[in-house]
Design a protein. Structure first.
Length: 265
């Protein structure tokens, strides 16, 4: 079923990127940007993108529910059913802060989830047109080509640590533990960019504190199907609907084990 869905989902995402997202890029007025919470932005493009994606995905697979980031912001009860049955998970613009400030990266992410297990995921970069997708048991692809995750060639593993949703104590602890073992790089503040970096050999390790499904359902599948490793920091799988904090991805199982022992052991 998921293979049959691929072409219509990609066509929908590209249409939304072309017709809704990109016309608003560097073309937003002040009243078209608002803060849902501190440093958590939403724009008119996010809202319009989610509406169009939700309508299109409902037509592609009517029996699936819709779990969208902006719908959940308006009604948090929607998130409570994210792990129940068959659902589309939508991030209409990931990296909204970047998008709102007129700079890359940002992306559109869609996943299909059944009872918490991600069956398929798509990550589109509307600026470059790059499409990453994965099917459960079917591998990971970039622009139609099968990809395998690879480690970077740095002297130390390259780590991008998203610590801004951590407590001061958690942040200080992970930074202290990481200093001697990793080359630390800035995060892109965009999961739609961070997950491909783990597969493409640009980053080796990434840690996330907040694990909302629209940010991570597609990306965790993409990394795992590429032969990397993405799971909870306690070593359990990432399951949509489980709202615990803490998630780590790595370009190989070997590096995941090394990072887990260093950062959380």
């Amino acid at each position: 079923m998921t293979l049959e869905l691929h072409d219509p989902v990609v066509a929908l995402m590209r249409q939304v990127g072309r017709d809704i997202v990109m016309p608003r890029y560097r073309n937003l007025s002040a009243d078209e940007i608002s803060e849902k919470a501190a440093n958590d932005f939403v724009t008119i493009a996010d809202k319009e993108s989610e509406i169009r994606l939700a309508e299109g995905l409902a037509n592609i697979l009517p029996e699936a529910g819709i779990i969208g980031e902006e719908a959940c912001a308006a009604d948090p009860a929607i998130l409570e059913r994210a792990g129940d049955g068959l659902n589309w998970i939508i991030d209409p613009i990931d990296g909204t802060g970047n998008f709102a400030s007129g700079q890359p990266p940002f992306g559109i992410m869609v996943a299909l989830v059944d009872s918490g297990a991600t069956l398929a995921g798509w990550i589109l970069d509307p600026l470059t047109g790059r499409l990453c997708h994965a099917m459960l048991g079917g591998g990971s692809h970039i622009d139609g080509e099968r990809v395998l995750a690879r480690e970077s060639d740095g002297e130390l593993p390259i780590a991008a640590l998203a610590v801004y949703f951590m407590s001061d104590e958690e942040r200080a602890n992970i930074q202290r533990r990481s200093e001697a073992s990793f080359t630390l790089v800035d995060i892109p503040r965009c999961a739609a960019e961070q997950y491909p970096r783990l597969v493409l050999g640009q980053n080796d390790v990434s840690v996330f504190a907040r694990t909302l499904p629209w940010d991570h359902a597609a990306g965790t599948l993409f990394v795992n199907e590429a032969g990397g490793c993405c799971q909870r920091t306690d070593g359990t799988p990432y399951v949509v609907g489980d709202l615990r904090r803490g998630l780590m991805g790595a370009s190989s199982p070997r590096l995941w084990d090394k990072a887990a022992a260093t950062l959380f052991g």
